[in-house]
Every structure is written in C-alpha cells, then in structure tokens.
Write a protein that binds this ligand. Structure first.
Ligand code: UP5
Ligand code: MG
Length: 204
C-alpha cells in the first residue's frame, strides 16, 4: 500500500474527553475508518491465543502505555485490512483511505515510529476539557462499561500518564502547526459541530 495516499488524523485528549464518541460521529460525515488504539488493544487482550493478552491487561489497568511495537502493529494491520476491503465511496478510490486514529500516539516514541514507518498525520484533533469533567464522565461510564480501567484508582493513573507522556506529544505536534484544539466541555452535539467545521477544512 501506498501510505502517501492515505489521510490520517490523530485524535488525542485526556481519558474520557470524548474521543471515541466524536470519532463515531465524524465517521458518518466524512467516511473515515475509525481505529481506536485502546479498542484494538482490548480486542487483542481478549483474542484467544494472543501472546500479549496478560501484558496488555496489566498495562491498561495501571494506566500505562503498552510497548509501542504491539500497538503500531495492530494499527498497521487494521489500516491494511481496511484498505484491502477496497471500500468505495468518498475519499476511498485507488487505494486512498481516510483514518481517524483515536487515542494514539500517546507517547513520543510511538509518534516518531508511526510518522517514520507508517505515515505522517495530516492533523491532530485535540479534545480538551477539565480533569473534573473527565473524571465525572469516566466514573459514570464505569457503572456499566465493564472496562477494567474505569475505576478511581486506574483513572488517577491514566491522568498521570496523560500529563507526563501524552501532553508532550501534543506540544510536539503543536510546534508543527498540526494541532486543532477543540473544547470538549460542551454537549456531544456542540462538540461535534465544532469538530466537523475543523475537519471540513482539510477536505474542502
Ligand atoms: N461523553 C463523551 N462526550 C461527552 C460530552 N460532550 N458531554 C457529556 N458526556 C460525554 O467518552 C467517555 C464517556 O463520556 C462516555 O460515557 C461518553 O458517553 C461521555 P468517550 O468518547 O469514550 O471518551 P474517550 O476520550 O474515548 O475516553 P477513553 O476512556 O476511551 O479514553 P482513554 O484515552 O483513556 O482510553 P483508550 O481506550 O484510548 O486507552 C485505554 C488504555 O489503553 C490506555 O490507558 C493505555 O493503557 C492503553 N493504550 C496504550 O497503551 N497505547 C495506545 O496507543 C492507546 C491506548
Ligand atoms: Mg476511547
């Protein structure tokens, strides 16, 4: 595959900022393939026979970033699979494809590896809101999500990792002018409207 033909948008923001929710909505407007690194890791964790299952479980529960080789491989495989489907439609002709890569890269080493070995991102959507709001959303979701990291202790650890390791990635891309920060404090619909305006600019 020619990764020069694909358009990749990274979607970042703290735990519970609304990345997954907003990606699901953007898919409908722009015909993106939505790949959540966290979802891919959880699927690999539960795949019978996976060598990495237990390792992934521990990292996620501790809010730590899984070693990048595992995540980059999962993302690359998922991108290839999606391009292989030869999906047709807006933006998917001739091996072209549009990807929302959600919750990645969350550490500098991943960012550099992906940029160098897979492809450069066109833009970084950065959903930002307060820690208080994110905590409220995660603990509420935790009542029914079954996610092993939606509890107070894991949430605290996820915030620490976010601040120490992911914020520097956002600052790094900010210096290259790729970051579009979107206030994610408002309602899902209001945030969606702002996100649509930002993304529409690159496809106009
Ligand atoms: N909600 C959403 N938007 C709302 C709004 N505007 N108003 C009110 N409520 C809103 O939303 C979270 C909750 O908030 C939902 O209940 C939603 O309805 C509500 P969601 O869209 O799920 O937010 P999101 O930002 O996607 O939150 P998520 O919990 O998925 O964020 P994380 O970044 O913590 O999780 P992720 O799955 O990306 O990663 C999990 C773990 O995997 C990491 O901690 C790490 O251990 C590991 N990981 C890696 O190691 N490497 C990677 O590259 C990626 C992940
Ligand atoms: Mg998510």
């Amino acid at each position: 595959f020619d990764f020069n033909k694909v358009t990749v948008l990274f979607v970042l923001g703290g735990p519970g900022a609304g990345k997954g929710t907003q990606c699901a909505n953007l898919v409908k407007d722009f015909d993106f393939c939505h790949l959540s690194a966290g979802d891919l890791l959880r699927a690999e964790q539960n795949r019978p026979g996976s060598t990495y299952g237990e390792m992934i479980r521990t990292y996620i529960k501790e809010g730590q970033v899984v070693p990048m080789e595992v995540t980059v491989k999962l993302l690359e495989d998922a991108m290839r699979a999606s391009l292989n489907e030869k999906k047709t439609g807006q933006g998917w002709e001739d091996g072209k494809g549009r990807f929302l890569v959600d919750g990645f890269p969350r550490k500098m080493d991943q960012a550099i590896k992906f940029d160098e070995e897979i492809c450069q991102s066109k833009m970084v959507l950065f959903f930002s809101t307060t820690e208080e709001e994110m905590t409220k959303r995660l603990l509420e979701r935790g009542k029914t999500s079954g996610r092993e990291d939606d509890n107070e202790e894991s949430v605290r650890k996820r915030f620490r990792t976010y601040k120490e390791q992911t914020m520097p990635v956002i600052e790094y891309y900010n210096k290259t002018g790729k970051v579009a920060e979107i206030d994610a404090s408002a309602s899902i619909d209001e945030v969606h409207e702002k996100a649509t305006q930002v993304v529409a600019k690159i496809f106009s």
